[in-house]
Design a protein around this ligand. Structure first.
Ligand SMILES: Cc1cc2nc3c(=O)[nH]c(=O)nc-3n(C[C@H](O)[C@H](O)[C@H](O)COP(=O)(O)OP(=O)(O)OC[C@H]3O[C@@H](n4cnc5c(N)ncnc54)[C@H](O)[C@@H]3O)c2cc1C
Length: 549
């Protein structure tokens, strides 16, 4: 059937939000890259920004989510195959992000035998921030593959076998055992509890020569077509970490049964399975009984990605809302010029920029290597940043959707996908309360970290009286919150806000910090966007947010 001609009678509609370079159109992102020592990556990020914001990417996102993955347990002859079929669009998205190196770029020095490139985490974070805007679901296996290397370093012989495949930039969707590029997943969560992995019941029995037989269930195992999984299981020495490949060396299923795929709220292009292991061959990673310390560095990296991804999703929602408000008139006045709308957009822009500076400051800490202050920053501020950035995202995306009016609620426009996706980053890899309890653990076990982080914040923001007052308050609260963990969300939020304010003061235009500080640090609590009492230059803030064409 021939395409219908465009409807010439339509007017007062915003042009489609596609064909926008996600890097060059985003000033806060460009600034974060320059500040994080990753200017060497700018040309590459510009190219990726073009791809990620293209009309082709919009179409891939639509297709990959319209046809969610399907589980196929048996072949035509009734033999078990336990595989998941994806729409080809999903594989195309994977190929784009893998070619960009988002699954491996910070580790490439391991093959070269040299030192990590300064700014490597910041450059990758910028790519991830755009990839999640392109399509968020496929970022799950990308994140897990990247993070898996942190755990594999505890098993040098295994790492030697798997690193070449992980570091390949040529995505290979084949299910076969011999392939150029591999992806890895993780299996921690069981039915009886995800947070409390010590209660895991999956068992690993030694079978000789460092090989174990893994038997048990996992309630969530995302990207189940990954080539291998880092799995927690109980062995004689206690909870331990194992590498379980999906196939054996002969290309047969390695005792991994896919029971069901989750019917999820969002994240639909990505499969998450309930699985059973039956005598699956597992290879020990790290020491027996030290499963949590072995896998924790992997988990920490995934938490960084959750924060980066939530900031990216917020950015996408805000940019679309501003774009719409620039073209849509109501009562002969553009929405962007209507005082209430300008105020709503500006307040959202403040939170998006705050989330962005926090996420990229955290990425910078991962580039800090062994430096004591940067290690302390990673330890304390990973849960703080994940908590705050992921938690504010859902409300912001909802408000941005409302800025679009009725079109925001309609599937075709893309906002429902963003809205369904956004809560997941707060839930997985450690939910909100778990992040707060992790902060308390740091205060208890590594008390010096708080001092180092507060000094870091004071160095850039301590001269501002309201930031200084909040830092003093955090110090005072420290003992109280350790006595009463029920106050930990307040403590974590204050730490996030103080750091965001200091970063904005140091690095964002005055209009942004002049509004953020009184509204988020000093003003009365507000529960909806646009309802803050402080006066500020809404137009300057919205102009800063762009999106620049
Ligand atoms: C789409 C999706 C994909 C996933 N993929 C994977 C995967 O690939 N691999 C994997 O291992 N897991 C995966 N998960 C699981 C996820 O990491 C867990 O769901 C998450 O860690 C929470 O664990 P839980 O569901 O058992 O909840 P619980 O641990 O039961 O927690 C329930 C609630 O209680 C809170 N809570 C927990 N402890 C405390 C406490 N002491 N005090 C106060 N509050 C507390 C939590 O914050 C949470 O809000 C996935 C989850 C989702 C939604």
């Amino acid at each position: 059937m021939a395409d219908l001609p465009p409807d010439e009678s339509a007017f007062n509609e915003s042009p489609p939000f596609a064909g926008l370079n996600l890097f060059t159109s985003d000033r806060a992102l460009r600034d974060a890259v320059a500040r994080g020592g990753a200017s060497w990556a700018v040309a590459d990020l510009k190219t990726f920004g073009d791809v990620a914001g293209s009309e082709t990417a919009v179409d891939l996102r639509r297709r990959a989510n319209a046809q969610p993955p399907r589980l196929r347990n048996f072949d035509a002859l009734g033999r078990r195959v336990d595989r998941v079929d994806y729409d080809p669009a999903y594989h195309e998205l994977m190929a784009i992000s893998v070619a960009q190196g988002l699954h491996c770029s910070t580790w490439e020095h391991l093959l070269r035998g040299g030192a990590a490139r300064p700014g490597a985490h910041v450059a990758r974070a910028a790519g991830s921030y755009m990839a999640t805007q392109m399509e968020p679901g496929h970022c799950c296996p990308i994140t897990m593959t990247h993070a898996s290397v942190a755990a594999l370093r505890y098993a040098p012989a295994l790492a030697k076998d798997w690193l070449p495949g992980i570091l390949s930039r040529r995505y290979d969707p084949a299910a076969a055992e011999a392939k150029n590029a591999v992806t890895l997943g993780m299996g921690m969560t069981e039915r009886q509890g995800g947070t409390d992995v010590r209660a895991n019941t999956t068992r690993a029995e030694p079978f000789g020569d460092g090989v174990y037989r893994v038997t048990g269930q996992k309630w969530f195992l995302s990207a189940p077509m990954s080539d291998a999984f880092l799995v927690l299981a109980q062995s004689t020495g206690g909870l331990s970490c194992f590498l379980v490949s999906r196939l054996t060396e002969n290309g047969e299923l390695n005792g991994l049964r896919l029971i069901r795929l989750k019917d999820k709220l969002g994240n639909r292009s990505n499969a998450s399975a309930e699985v059973e292991f039956e005598n699956a061959q597992g290879l020990l990673v790290g020491e027996e009984g030290r499963g949590i310390p072995t896998i924790i560095d992997m988990v920490t990296l995934t938490r960084l990605d959750c924060a980066v991804s939530s900031a990216g999703l917020m950015r996408q929602a805000l940019a679309r809302a501003i774009h719409h408000a620039r073209y849509r008139s109501v009562s002969q006045r553009l929405l962007i010029d209507q005082p209430v709308m300008a105020r709503v957009l500006a307040e959202m822009a403040l939170d998006v920029e705050a989330a962005t500076v926090l996420a990229f400051r955290l990425a910078r800490a991962f580039d800090g290597g062994e430096r004591e202050d940067e290690a302390a920053y990673r330890r304390l501020m990973t849960p703080v940043t994940k908590y705050w950035v992921c938690k504010i995202a859902a409300n912001l995306v909802y408000e941005a959707m409302e800025c679009m009016g009725g079109n925001g609620y309609v599937e075709e426009g893309g906002f429902p996908l963003l809205y369904r996706e956004v809560p997941v980053n707060a839930i997985w890899e450690g939910s909100g309360n778990v992040m707060c309890l992790d902060v308390l653990r740091v205060l208890e076990r590594e008390p010096e970290t708080l001092r180092l982080v507060l000094d870091d914040i004071a160095a850039i923001g301590g001269a501002e009286p309201r930031i200084k007052a909040m830092l003093d308050q955090i110090e005072t609260l420290r003992n109280e919150v350790m006595r009463d963990p029920g106050m930990s969300r307040m403590f974590v939020e204050q730490l996030a806000l103080a750091q965001a304010a200091a970063l904005l003061l140091a690095h964002a235009p005055r209009a942004v910090s002049d509004a953020f500080i009184p509204m988020r640090l000093a003003g009365p609590a507000r529960s909806t966007y646009g309802a803050g009492v402080a006066r500020f230059d809404a137009r300057a803030i919205v102009d800063r947010a762009g999106p620049d064409r």
